[in-house]
Design a protein around this ligand. Structure first.
Ligand SMILES: [Fe+2]
Length: 191
Protein backbone atom coordinates (compact mmCIF):
# COMPACT_ATOMS: atom_id res chain seq x y z
CA UNK A 1 0.00 0.00 0.00
CA UNK A 2 1.43 3.33 -1.03
CA UNK A 3 1.07 5.64 1.94
CA UNK A 4 1.65 9.27 2.83
CA UNK A 5 1.90 10.39 6.44
CA UNK A 6 2.66 13.99 7.37
CA UNK A 7 3.87 14.67 10.91
CA UNK A 8 5.13 17.68 12.84
CA UNK A 9 8.92 17.64 12.72
CA UNK A 10 9.08 18.19 16.47
CA UNK A 11 6.46 15.57 17.40
CA UNK A 12 5.92 12.39 15.41
CA UNK A 13 2.66 11.76 17.25
CA UNK A 14 1.24 14.94 15.73
CA UNK A 15 -0.05 13.30 12.55
CA UNK A 16 -1.45 15.97 10.27
CA UNK A 17 -2.35 13.77 7.34
CA UNK A 18 -2.40 10.08 6.52
CA UNK A 19 -3.67 8.86 3.17
CA UNK A 20 -3.32 5.97 0.74
CA UNK A 21 -5.17 7.78 -2.03
CA UNK A 22 -2.67 8.02 -4.93
CA UNK A 23 -4.18 11.20 -6.38
CA UNK A 24 -4.13 12.89 -2.97
CA UNK A 25 -0.56 11.75 -2.38
CA UNK A 26 0.52 13.20 -5.71
CA UNK A 27 -1.27 16.49 -5.02
CA UNK A 28 0.13 16.84 -1.50
CA UNK A 29 3.67 16.16 -2.69
CA UNK A 30 3.38 18.37 -5.77
CA UNK A 31 2.30 21.21 -3.48
CA UNK A 32 5.62 20.78 -1.70
CA UNK A 33 7.63 20.69 -4.93
CA UNK A 34 8.15 16.94 -4.78
CA UNK A 35 7.60 14.79 -7.81
CA UNK A 36 5.58 11.61 -7.34
CA UNK A 37 4.32 9.49 -10.18
CA UNK A 38 2.88 6.06 -10.76
CA UNK A 39 3.95 3.89 -13.67
CA UNK A 40 1.80 0.94 -14.69
CA UNK A 41 3.33 -2.22 -13.23
CA UNK A 42 4.76 -4.54 -15.87
CA UNK A 43 3.39 -8.07 -15.57
CA UNK A 44 6.04 -10.61 -14.70
CA UNK A 45 8.54 -7.96 -13.65
CA UNK A 46 8.63 -9.20 -10.13
CA UNK A 47 11.39 -9.62 -7.64
CA UNK A 48 12.75 -12.57 -9.65
CA UNK A 49 13.44 -10.59 -12.82
CA UNK A 50 17.03 -9.64 -13.62
CA UNK A 51 18.16 -6.02 -13.60
CA UNK A 52 18.35 -6.05 -17.40
CA UNK A 53 14.80 -7.41 -17.65
CA UNK A 54 13.51 -4.74 -15.29
CA UNK A 55 15.23 -1.91 -17.16
CA UNK A 56 13.88 -3.33 -20.42
CA UNK A 57 10.34 -3.71 -19.07
CA UNK A 58 10.23 -0.03 -18.09
CA UNK A 59 12.33 1.11 -21.05
CA UNK A 60 9.71 3.40 -22.56
CA UNK A 61 9.06 5.16 -19.26
CA UNK A 62 12.75 5.46 -18.51
CA UNK A 63 13.40 6.96 -21.94
CA UNK A 64 10.60 9.48 -21.48
CA UNK A 65 11.88 10.48 -18.04
CA UNK A 66 15.38 10.86 -19.39
CA UNK A 67 14.45 12.49 -22.70
CA UNK A 68 16.77 15.40 -21.96
CA UNK A 69 19.67 13.12 -21.07
CA UNK A 70 19.77 14.43 -17.52
CA UNK A 71 20.52 11.05 -15.95
CA UNK A 72 23.85 9.56 -16.91
CA UNK A 73 23.64 6.48 -14.72
CA UNK A 74 20.46 4.39 -14.48
CA UNK A 75 20.73 1.15 -12.57
CA UNK A 76 18.83 -1.28 -10.35
CA UNK A 77 19.30 -1.60 -6.60
CA UNK A 78 17.73 -4.56 -4.84
CA UNK A 79 17.65 -6.54 -1.63
CA UNK A 80 15.71 -9.68 -0.89
CA UNK A 81 15.51 -11.78 2.26
CA UNK A 82 17.72 -14.87 2.14
CA UNK A 83 17.23 -16.95 5.25
CA UNK A 84 19.61 -19.60 3.89
CA UNK A 85 22.44 -17.10 4.17
CA UNK A 86 23.68 -16.87 7.78
CA UNK A 87 25.03 -13.40 7.03
CA UNK A 88 21.78 -12.07 5.66
CA UNK A 89 20.56 -10.43 8.85
CA UNK A 90 23.80 -8.49 9.30
CA UNK A 91 23.87 -7.51 5.62
CA UNK A 92 20.29 -6.30 5.80
CA UNK A 93 20.88 -4.34 8.99
CA UNK A 94 23.98 -2.64 7.58
CA UNK A 95 22.13 -1.68 4.41
CA UNK A 96 19.19 -0.40 6.41
CA UNK A 97 21.27 1.60 8.87
CA UNK A 98 23.27 3.33 6.14
CA UNK A 99 20.39 5.45 4.91
CA UNK A 100 18.26 5.58 8.03
CA UNK A 101 20.14 8.65 9.22
CA UNK A 102 19.21 12.10 8.04
CA UNK A 103 21.23 13.20 5.02
CA UNK A 104 20.99 15.12 1.77
CA UNK A 105 22.40 14.87 -1.72
CA UNK A 106 23.78 17.33 -4.25
CA UNK A 107 21.30 16.01 -6.83
CA UNK A 108 17.70 14.84 -6.80
CA UNK A 109 17.26 11.30 -5.45
CA UNK A 110 15.04 9.64 -8.05
CA UNK A 111 13.75 6.14 -7.41
CA UNK A 112 11.19 3.91 -9.09
CA UNK A 113 9.99 0.84 -7.21
CA UNK A 114 9.56 -2.13 -9.54
CA UNK A 115 8.86 -4.46 -6.60
CA UNK A 116 8.76 -4.50 -2.82
CA UNK A 117 8.72 -1.33 -0.78
CA UNK A 118 10.61 1.27 1.18
CA UNK A 119 9.86 4.55 2.95
CA UNK A 120 11.33 7.98 2.31
CA UNK A 121 11.08 10.57 5.06
CA UNK A 122 11.45 14.14 3.86
CA UNK A 123 12.31 16.68 6.54
CA UNK A 124 10.72 19.88 5.32
CA UNK A 125 10.17 23.16 7.22
CA UNK A 126 8.05 22.26 10.25
CA UNK A 127 7.14 18.77 9.12
CA UNK A 128 8.30 15.30 8.23
CA UNK A 129 6.62 13.79 5.18
CA UNK A 130 6.83 9.99 5.09
CA UNK A 131 6.13 8.31 1.76
CA UNK A 132 5.88 4.51 1.70
CA UNK A 133 6.64 3.58 -1.91
CA UNK A 134 5.57 0.29 -3.43
CA UNK A 135 5.54 -1.33 -6.85
CA UNK A 136 4.81 1.27 -9.52
CA UNK A 137 5.79 4.34 -7.47
CA UNK A 138 8.30 6.94 -8.62
CA UNK A 139 9.54 9.51 -6.12
CA UNK A 140 12.08 12.29 -6.53
CA UNK A 141 13.59 13.76 -3.38
CA UNK A 142 14.77 17.25 -4.36
CA UNK A 143 18.48 18.01 -4.10
CA UNK A 144 19.56 19.40 -0.71
CA UNK A 145 16.38 18.19 0.99
CA UNK A 146 17.03 16.61 4.39
CA UNK A 147 15.71 13.05 4.33
CA UNK A 148 16.26 9.45 5.32
CA UNK A 149 15.13 6.10 3.99
CA UNK A 150 13.91 2.98 5.78
CA UNK A 151 13.86 -0.37 3.99
CA UNK A 152 12.39 -2.12 7.03
CA UNK A 153 13.29 -5.10 9.21
CA UNK A 154 13.27 -7.45 6.20
CA UNK A 155 14.47 -5.39 3.25
CA UNK A 156 12.75 -6.59 0.09
CA UNK A 157 12.68 -4.29 -2.90
CA UNK A 158 13.77 -3.70 -6.47
CA UNK A 159 14.32 -0.03 -7.32
CA UNK A 160 15.48 1.70 -10.47
CA UNK A 161 17.84 4.56 -9.60
CA UNK A 162 18.52 7.62 -11.73
CA UNK A 163 21.76 9.54 -11.22
CA UNK A 164 23.08 12.67 -12.83
CA UNK A 165 26.61 11.89 -11.71
CA UNK A 166 28.61 8.82 -10.77
CA UNK A 167 28.43 8.65 -6.98
CA UNK A 168 25.23 10.68 -6.94
CA UNK A 169 23.95 8.41 -4.15
CA UNK A 170 26.62 9.60 -1.72
CA UNK A 171 24.99 11.33 1.22
CA UNK A 172 25.97 14.36 3.25
CA UNK A 173 24.90 13.26 6.73
CA UNK A 174 23.54 15.97 9.01
CA UNK A 175 24.24 14.17 12.31
CA UNK A 176 20.71 14.94 13.48
CA UNK A 177 19.21 11.81 15.15
CA UNK A 178 15.70 12.82 14.09
CA UNK A 179 15.09 9.47 12.34
CA UNK A 180 15.07 7.68 15.71
CA UNK A 181 12.06 9.74 16.81
CA UNK A 182 9.81 8.74 13.93
CA UNK A 183 7.92 5.53 13.15
CA UNK A 184 9.79 2.97 11.09
CA UNK A 185 8.53 1.64 7.78
CA UNK A 186 7.14 -1.43 9.52
CA UNK A 187 5.39 0.69 12.16
CA UNK A 188 3.88 3.00 9.55
CA UNK A 189 2.48 0.15 7.52
CA UNK A 190 1.12 -1.67 10.59
CA UNK A 191 -0.59 1.42 12.05
FE1 LIG B 1 19.21 9.72 0.19
Amino acid sequence: MTLLQVMADGAAADVRLRTDNPAEIETELAGRGIRFDRWPAQPGRTATASAAEILDAYGDRISALNAGGRYRVIDVARLHPDDQDPGWAATAKAARDTFRSEHRHAEDEVRFFAAGRGCFYLHLPGEVVAVVCEEGDLLSVPAATRHWFDMGERPDFVAIRFFEQQGGWIGDFTGDPIATRFPTLDELVAA
